[in-house]
Ligand binder design. Structure first.
Ligand SMILES: Nc1ncnc2c1ncn2[C@@H]1O[C@H](COP(=O)(O)OP(=O)(O)OP(=O)(O)O)[C@@H](O)[C@H]1O
Ligand SMILES: [Mg+2]
Length: 275
């Protein structure tokens, strides 16, 4: 007799090979905030992600590094529902919620927020108005601005303004902000949506040293109450915020551990840090 396990959280898809760590992975996944379970994504036969597995504990701040084309952005696309994996699944909250069965808006609503590489703030609008739009859900700029903010939404915007350090700039036109400030505004636009999981792609690209320092402080202060995945090439920055670093290479995990551990790993030096 066969047992139907397909709907059971923690079972892997039938066609996936079972390796010796499988039992440990599943046990870890059941105690996780975010669990990427053997995900493969192919574009015209090219495997951008290849049996990628990753487990994040609640409140963890995880840095993902790896060479160009390693699959870092594709991984975020899969988690947020923008790209459907060929095989494998993604779960939230101890394996109880399967994101790979949900639509992009559903995944956003359940608490997965994403900051893209390029800032997407509305430059003509003020800092406050951008936060207001993000809070209300970006449907249509005009009607959204005229919809009334609830007290709770107002509180969330105030708190985000403080956290990102732009309280004094609230009425300034966003187009006048520095590059770093625009990136923080974008992080604020995530915060007002109160996500449990935040995915942040290359937050310090193009920033000044001072802005990088401030961004490290900001992300450090957010970890703990939220689970954060940061993709970044700037190793100085990664060292400042990383507890655990995952190195991706050719769509799989090449190494994982403390910054010191991965930086001294010969395989990591060869494919990434050596260049
Ligand atoms: N929509 C797509 N169609 C075809 N190929 C794609 C698509 N998206 C990504 N790829 C390919 O998949 C691979 C992984 O790309 P991805 O953008 O995930 O890498 P990355 O690790 O984010 O790199 P970078 O550090 O340069 O941002 C690359 O070879 C890329 O060309
Ligand atoms: Mg990328």
């Amino acid at each position: 007799m066969t047992t139907e396990r397909a709907t059971e959280a923690g079972s892997s898809a039938d066609e996936q090979p079972v390796d010796s760590d499988e039992g440990a992975d599943v046990a870890q996944g059941m105690r996780s905030m975010l669990w990427v379970d053997h995900v493969t994504v192919s574009f015209d036969g090219f495997r951008a992600l290849n049996q990628l597995s990753l487990v994040l504990a609640p409140g963890e701040l995880r840095c993902i590094i790896g060479p160009n084309g390693a699959g870092k952005t594709t991984m975020m696309d899969v988690i947020t529902g923008k790209t459907r994996p060929d095989t494998g699944r993604v779960f939230m909250q101890n394996g109880s919620v399967e994101l790979t069965r949900m639509s992009e808006p559903e995944i956003a609503r359940i608490g997965v927020g994403r900051k893209f590489q390029r800032p997407t703030v509305f430059e003509q609008l003020s800092v406050f108005e951008n936060l207001e739009l993000a809070c209300k859900g970006h449907k249509d700029v005009f009607s959204t601005l005229f919809a009334k903010l609830s007290g709770e939404q107002g509180d969330r915007i105030e708190s985000a303004l403080q956290t990102i350090g732009l309280a004094d700039q609230r009425s300034d036109r966003s187009g006048l902000l520095s590059h770093g400030q625009k990136q923080w505004l974008e992080i604020g636009m995530l915060l007002v949506q109160d996500p449990r999981v935040m995915l942040v792609d290359e937050p310090v690209a193009g920033m000044t040293h001072q802005e990088i320092d401030r961004t490290a402080e900001l992300l450090n202060s957010l970890a703990g109450e939220r689970t954060i995945v940061v993709v970044e090439h700037d190793m100085e920055f990664v060292r400042r915020i990383a507890r655990t670093v995952t190195v991706l290479h050719e769509g799989s995990v090449l190494a994982e551990g403390s910054m010191d551990k991965v930086q001294s790993d010969p395989a990591v030096i060869e494919v990434y840090l050596g260049s």
